[in-house]
Write a protein that binds this ligand. Structure first.
Ligand code: HSE
Length: 332
């Protein structure tokens, strides 16, 4: 199976590294970053591309662009892991639309286009009989989409509750455990690379709300958008609030919740007993799914990170390899 990869940030490099290390039956025929690209229909050398990126800051030929890769190179699956733009979804949205129109599968970690234009993207994928997979957009390494779509197939999802933002969880954990102020804990989260480029997306609850929209659009029958989510962040939370919670054997977590039957779509700080399954520490994410047949299931795991996110992308790639492989292998 031939893969073209757009985006050579931490996720893109993690995906390349794992494809290079594991024998997955995947040939990478093109890569692109924001300034250059490399195309070779027989397969690029992953080692050389990663070395060139580390050495020069770009991966290939500056005369070739990501759009040249999308429209003119030979691939079965486009892996779109360029930086997220939550407002317009661009340029990732255009990359995905072009690949889908060409009848190519798309795998992505890009939250912008999936949260903003999901119906449009899915419609084209369905019409063309190809796969649009986005496991890596929510919960990092946690296989939440596979669980919802395959593992819990036939179940009615009654509600989803989740800790969907590692940065906020890290801040709340550090404030409660070490008595750090909100500002100190946020600084630490930024220094460790957990936060978004603009950390207000994390602390004001926008990032988990975007992830909630993606989840809701996956399991609800009607489509929702960011404007439908009632959002309160953790940016006004004080150490006193956490201390009071502790006095009651409780703590505070930023919880995203979707309860379709009650019309609830909300992100807000919640008081939870210390023994609650969603009280996870540090940058961990946790998601509880309530269903009619399987009852309650909680998944806990790493919500971000290069190799962790690559795990979700590789899972999607192998799903396509095993269920749709070879569909385009004889075409350009
Ligand atoms: N800033 C995000 C978080 C990264 O902290 O969860 C993963 O989407």
């Amino acid at each position: 199976m031939r893969v073209a990869l757009l985006g050579m940030g931490s996720v893109g490099r993690g995906v390349l590294q794992m494809i290079g290390e594991k024998d997955l039956g995947i040939t990478v025929t093109a890569v692109a970053d924001s300034r250059s690209a490399l195309i070779d229909r027989d397969g690029i050398s992953i080692e050389e591309v990663l070395a060139a990126k580390a050495r020069n800051g770009f991966c290939g030929d500056k005369a070739i662009s990501a759009m040249d890769v999308v429209t003119g190179s030979a691939y079965d699956v486009l892996v779109e892991v360029t930086p997220t733009n939550a407002t317009t979804g661009e340029p990732a949205l255009t990359h995905m639309l072009c690949a889908l129109e060409r009848g190519r599968h798309v795998v992505t970690s890009n939250k912008g286009p999936i949260s903003r234009e999901f119906s449009r993207l899915r419609e084209i994928a369905v019409e063309k009989g190809i796969q649009l997979r986005y496991e890596a957009t929510v919960g990092g390494a946690i296989p939440i989409m596979h669980t919802l779509e395959q593992g819990l197939a036939g179940n009615r999802v009654l509600a989803i509750f989740g800790v969907l933002n590692g940065t906020c969880n890290f801040i709340l954990t550090r404030m409660a455990a070490e008595g750090l102020t909100y500002e100190q804990a946020l600084l630490e989260a930024r220094e460790m690379g957990y936060a978004e480029a603009d950390p207000t997306y994390d602390v004001k609850g926008i990032d988990p709300a975007i992830k909630l929209v993606i989840l809701a659009n996956t399991f609800c029958s009607h489509s929702v958008s960011l404007e439908d989510v009632d959002i309160t962040g953790i940016d006004r939370l004080t150490n006193d609030a956490l201390r009071l919670a502790e006095e009651q054997q409780c703590t505070i977590r930023l919880i995203a919740e979707a309860i379709p039957d009650r019309g609830i779509l909300r992100v807000a700080p919640r008081l939870l007993p210390l023994s609650h399954p969603l009280v996870v520490e540090g940058t961990l994410n946790a998601i509880t799914i309530e269903t009619d047949m399987a009852g309650e299931i909680t998944l806990i795991g790493k919500g971000a990170g290069s190799v962790e996110t690559a795990s979700a992308i590789i899972g999607d790639l192998l799903y396509i390899r095993d269920t749709h492989a070879g569909r385009h292998s004889k075409t350009a």
